[in-house]
Design a protein around this ligand. Structure first.
Ligand SMILES: Nc1ncnc2c1ncn2[C@@H]1O[C@H](COP(=O)(O)OP(=O)(O)OP(=O)(O)O)[C@@H](O)[C@H]1O
Ligand SMILES: [Mg+2]
Length: 369
């Protein structure tokens, strides 16, 4: 196990700057999840840490060593790729044990390690099959097993569960979490899955165009997003953002209600005329206020999406499209208007121009753009 430190790392392909001046320190035993839109550089960053992609500038340290110019095999890392490659002529067990065989580990020890990983991954019954006799999800688990048997200092996972069905994905997610709680490996894990990011991460790194937009605990990113980019990216359905203006201790939603600044934004009380975006998560709307002072918003429902345990209502709030997450049986009918109260403690404010959070306790702004 080891810590990983990336210092002023940069990567360009031709004239395209893909990773820009990126600093990131991952503690020994930490589980860090990288999220960000397609093409923002997540795979490129992992490949550089793995040594599969040369750096344009900057340094990579693993444990006490500067590994920037070491070959992949000397970095003591294992990477599970977005598109995994198995040796077609080897069985699942041979694929999983191959690196141990190269390292001249005794056959009995290899068999033990492979059996243990296979059991965790629920592929123990598939060990004698060749890759072509396996489904996509089964192959992906063999690829994960191949990384796990090596017990490297650092695991790099690039969307390792993306080919699995929903049920398997949920159980594998729990297995990965359990494994990490027990063995405390250092893990850097890329995913597009919100629930994977929220449940697995000690810290989430939100990337945008090759830079870090915000680093923090899942709770930080969800409840204290540093920018509208993070606010919209973390959470599904996404946070609603309404144009508004500050005026003498009040928030005036454009063509909508006016109400007092919530406590987290009390420091803005002297501001008048500043254009802001008011953020309200879909679940922050309630049919009645739990506390005095909760602002009310009139919403006209245009689309009802029942999802079993909850209902998403898409509607119009002061001329803006919003999404509400409600308990089944409490949703308005299509076309119906109703007042909803928003939890003051769950409101967010962003500057309309910089799109940065205006929260007072916001000490985690990530890298400045
Ligand atoms: N070998 C390459 N040559 C040129 N451009 C590349 C190369 N590899 C990646 N890129 C570009 O670098 C950018 C980042 O790619 P990368 O694969 O790191 O994105 P990503 O964040 O992993 O996206 P996704 O979520 O879709 O997997 C993209 O614009 C991509 O087109
Ligand atoms: Mg990728």
């Amino acid at each position: 196990m080891a810590e990983v430190e990336v210092i002023r790392l940069a990567k360009s392909f031709g004239t395209h700057d893909i990773i820009r001046d990126l600093d990131l320190k991952i503690e020994d035993g930490e589980f860090v999840v990288l999220v960000g839109p397609s093409g923002c550089g997540k795979t490129t960053l992992l490949r550089m840490i793995a040594g599969l992609e040369p750096t344009t500038a900057g340094e990579i340290h693993i444990g006490a060593r500067d590994v920037t110019h070491l070959s992949p095999k000397n970095r003591d890392i294992a990477m599970v790729f977005q598109s995994y490659a198995l040796y077609p002529h080897m069985t699942a067990a041979e694929n999983m044990g191959f690196s141990l065989k190269l390292a001249k580990i005794p056959a009995a020890k290899i068999a033990d390690q492979v059996a243990r990983a296979a059991k965790l991954l629920h592929i123990d019954h598939l060990l004698s099959r060749k890759p072509r006799e396996l489904s996509g999800g089964q192959r992906q688990r063999v690829a994960m097993g191949r990384a796990m048997v090596r017990e490297p200092a650092v695991y790099l996972f690039d969307e390792p569960l993306s080919n699995l069905d929903a049920q398997l994905r949920t159980s594998m997610r729990a297995e990965i979490k359990r494994m990490h709680l027990e063995e405390k490996q250092t893990v850097i894990y890329v995913t597009h899955d919100q629930i994977e990011a929220m449940t697995l991460a000690d810290r989430i790194v939100a990337m945008r165009a090759g830079k870090i937009e915000q680093i923090g605990s899942p709770d930080d990113l969800y409840n204290r997003p540093a920018s509208t980019f993070v606010a919209k990216f973390i959470g599904s359905p996404a946070m609603n953002l309404l144009p508004a203006e500050l005026a003498g201790g009040e928030i005036r939603v454009t063509d909508g209600p006016v109400f007092a600044l919530p406590p987290a934004f009390a420091h803005l009380r002297a501001e008048t005329g500043r254009k802001v975006l008011l953020g309200i998560r879909p679940e922050a709307f309630h049919l009645s206020p739990a506390q005095a002072g909760w602002p009310a918003f009139e919403v006209t429902a245009s689309l009802i999406e029942p999802c079993g345990a909850e209902v998403y209502v898409i509607g119009d709030l002061a001329g803006q499209e919003v999404t509400l997450r409600l308990a089944p049986g409490t949703a308005p009918a299509r076309g119906e208007s109703r007042s909803f109260f928003a939890d003051t403690a769950a409101l967010h404010l962003f500057d309309a121009v910089t799109e940065r959070s205006l929260r007072d306790d916001d000490d985690n702004q990530g890298q400045k753009p």
